[in-house]
Design a protein around this ligand. Structure first.
Ligand SMILES: [Zn+2]
Ligand SMILES: [Zn+2]
Ligand SMILES: [Zn+2]
Length: 294
């Protein structure tokens, strides 16, 4: 795992095009083991010592202080998904027309088509199928009974789709992708993924680079301890730390986002009240400990 400074260096090289995206990823992840954490490194421990405050930023206590992160880095793949979605939307906005022949071939060769039975009299979908009675089908709309349903071909559906993408006939998810995902799609879904692939092919490198820079920034921020809070063990386990923010008045202690200030910045009387409550809780817990209830 790279150190804080190495990550910054890697990010700057990538921004300045001194290194390609593939090599950057390789360098970043070469010794990366799943589950390995930054706090194993000497660099991390040294910088942590400089950042951690001498008292809890929530309650002022000096007991067993820990540095708690208020945010955690996202995975690279999460960023990749977001950036790909943005590029896809941009691509769709500027390329609303698709190559119809290519699209038709794509649907016919990469999807298995599972046609929907239609009533031969009124063309309505999904007539009820009867197990015992003959004839096999009965149309729920026109009540016509029949043995042989009508089916539209995939090609026919695609032609209808080209005329009107929202047509009633083409809304069903009757196409199953032949890849390992076996996704059930309708033609609109297929069109979206078709265009998404176009966008990806066109800008593969910029997409990966953008996503990877966001990922690097996230990790640099995490290792910088920028979004951290020094908390005693009690506060670290009692409080929902993700719902804390720096007190706007003193900019030293933390407060729950639902409160206007931290305990220390409350008006004198109110503060005493809260501190007494905390003190009372402490004594109560010590008593329980002595009595062995804890
Ligand atoms: Zn505390
Ligand atoms: Zn019918
Ligand atoms: Zn305050």
């Amino acid at each position: 795992m790279l150190t804080y400074n190495e990550l910054i260096e890697l990010r700057d090289k990538l921004i300045n095009n001194e290194i390609g995206i593939e090599l950057a990823k390789e360098q970043c992840w070469k010794d990366f083991k799943e589950g390995q954490r930054s706090w194993h490194s000497k660099d991390w421990k040294e910088r942590r010592l400089k950042i951690i405050k001498e008292k809890c930023q929530i309650c002022n206590s000096k007991e067993t202080l820990t540095l708690q992160h208020l945010s955690h880095p996202k995975k690279y793949n999460e960023y990749l998904r977001v950036i790909t979605r943005n590029y896809t939307n941009q691509y769709i906005n500027s390329n609303s027309e698709i190559d119809k022949t290519e699209f038709r071939n794509h649907v016919l060769s990469d999807y298995e088509y599972i046609p929907i039975p239609l009533c031969p009299n009124c063309n309505s979908k999904n007539p009820s199928e009867r197990v015992r009675k003959m004839p096999k089908y009965r149309c729920t709309d026109c009540k016509h009974e029949f043995d042989e349903a009508n089916y539209r071909s995939a090609s026919e559906l695609i032609s209808i789709f080209f005329e009107d993408e929202d047509a009633y006939e083409v809304r069903d998810k009757c196409f199953v992708s032949k890849d390992k995902w076996k996704n059930r799609h309708n033609l609109s879904n297929i069109k979206y993924w078709f265009q998404r692939n176009k966008a990806k092919d066109k800008d593969a490198e910029s997409i990966e680079k953008k996503a990877f820079l966001l990922y690097l920034n996230d990790n640099i921020k995490y290792l910088s301890f920028e979004d951290t809070i020094t908390a005693c063990r009690k506060c670290a386990s009692n409080y929902d730390l993700h719902r804390m923010e720096l007190c706007p008045k003193c900019k030293e202690f933390y407060k729950g986002i639902q409160y206007p200030t931290c305990i220390q910045c409350l008006p004198e009387e109110k503060r005493k009240e809260v501190e007494e409550q905390i003190e009372f809780g402490k004594q109560w817990r010590e008593m329980e400990k002595r009595l062995g209830i804890d």
